[in-house]
Design a protein around this ligand. Sequence first.
Ligand code: ACO
Length: 334
Amino acid sequence: MIERGSPRRIAIFGTGSYTPERVVDNEWFTQFIDTSDEWIVQRTGMHQRRWASEEQTTSDLAVEAARNALDAAGWSAEQLDFILVGTCTPDNLLPNTAQHVHHKLQCRRDCGAIDVINACSSFTYALTLITSMIRSGQVGRALVIGAEKLSCFMNLKDRTSCILFGDAAGAACVGAAPEESRSDILVCRYGTDFDYESLNIAAGGSRSPASHETVEQGDHFVRMNGRAIYKFAVNTLTNEVRGVCEETGIEVGELACIIPHQVNIRIIHSAMENLSFPMERVFVNLDKYGNTSAASVPTAIDEAYRAGYFKRGDLIAVCAFGAGKSWGSQLIRW
Ligand code: ACO
């Protein structure tokens, strides 16, 4: 029984993920752009990604992942006190995606529901927020979700970005740990280093409201300067994993598993080389799903746990980074 009311340790009781059925392989893009399977595999490590159907919304993906997480935790939706959805591809600008999820899961009226909008680091930011809310006694049981339908924002004329992204959702049931448990979210780190130009969706907000002109210019699509982000990505992954370990005085080698943002296999390899950490203990699913932004880390956590990469009591580090530039990381005793 989870009770509210006092500071305590935090546990992830269950995780779940969902990826849409439609598989989009590298070859498919050659119909629209000058690219090849060989280029994409060599430069990114991606072989395919999943794209949602036209009817599916981000909250639909989130709900599928949420149900799997609730099943794994043995919780019911009525028990939830709070839902956080990390996303940069919400169902609508208003109302937020978390409220769609709240409605679809038929949660209690006094269960809070908000979005955390911070591109690829949204889920790690959401996990940080819920850690504080549980630790303070405000919340007993929470659902933290990362969900994206990025395929809607891909410009099929832009070979530098459209091949990279996929749709998915991952969810975690997070709550106060039982007395005897060693589980905890030990360290939460985050930061930002403002950079608008490297990665943005320019139109649709107050800076550039949607108009015929913005649509004609393709300003409602993701635009990215991959080369400009590459170094930031390697450095952030390296420094953040090192950082969460240093804050608790453990060696990086003591980690059972590292769950990096599923961004590019070369970026992950470079960072792990910097850390002298063996790739066998790093979970990678970008070959199947591409970069799913906020869904990347929770989907990977779910698949890694189910595949036996770590077990209860193990230490894991997670790290995501993205547009902004922003980053978020955690050290978790599972
Ligand atoms: N197919 C074929 N050629 C391509 C493609 C493509 N899909 N895309 C780019 N090219 C070309 C470029 O035009 C360039 O040609 P040029 O030399 O004639 O100018 C050449 O390939 C090399 O381009 P680079 O951009 O230097 O390629 P790079 O090795 O850097 O790989 C990539 C590009 C995969 C985007 C890489 O830079 C990357 O992964 N960057 C990080 C991106 C990232 O971290 N994004 C997300 C973080 S934030 C978030 O997740 C929301």
